[in-house]
Design a protein around this ligand. Structure first.
Ligand code: AMP
Ligand code: ZN
Length: 114
């Protein structure tokens, strides 16, 4: 996808602060961290929002969570705990329209989210 920030990171046009990569996903630090650990995990294939998911995206979406587990271990928050979330569209708070799983941790998380 032209003009998609996260596609540019996947194809190397922009260099993110990478923390993990495999054949399905790329994970990098959020530029505006909301917690001591704030990593974004994105599918390498462009999917705009959760509303655009197709049955063939099952494996890719599962890969986001397998990667999250690895990143949490790598970042030292697996045992104490962390949060994963995906924002969808305007009221969900999505501003980058390439699906991404936020992994936040390193401090207690509040509930409900604002
Ligand atoms: P969302 O609001 O769920 O769409 O999340 C988008 C996230 O992307 C925000 O947390 C931003 O801080 C983050 N972000 C925007 N630009 C960059 C960038 N160049 N590198 C890393 N993270 C970014
Ligand atoms: Zn994209």
């Amino acid at each position: 996808m032209e003009d998609c920030l996260f596609c540019k990171m996947v194809n190397g046009e922009i260099t993110p602060d990478k923390v993990y990569e495999d054949d399905q996903v790329l994970a990098f630090r959020d530029i505006n961290p909301q917690a001591p650990v704030h990593v974004l995990i994105v599918p390498k294939r462009h999917i705009a929002t959760l509303n655009d998911l197709q049955p063939e995206d099952r494996e890719t979406m599962g890969s986001l969570f397998i990667a999250a587990k690895k990143v949490a271990e790598q970042e030292g928050v697996a045992e104490r705990g962390y949060r994963t979330l995906i924002n969808c569209n305007r009221e969900g708070g999505q501003v980058v329209f390439h699906v991404h799983l936020h992994l936040v941790g390193g401090r207690p998380m509040g509930w409900p989210p604002g």
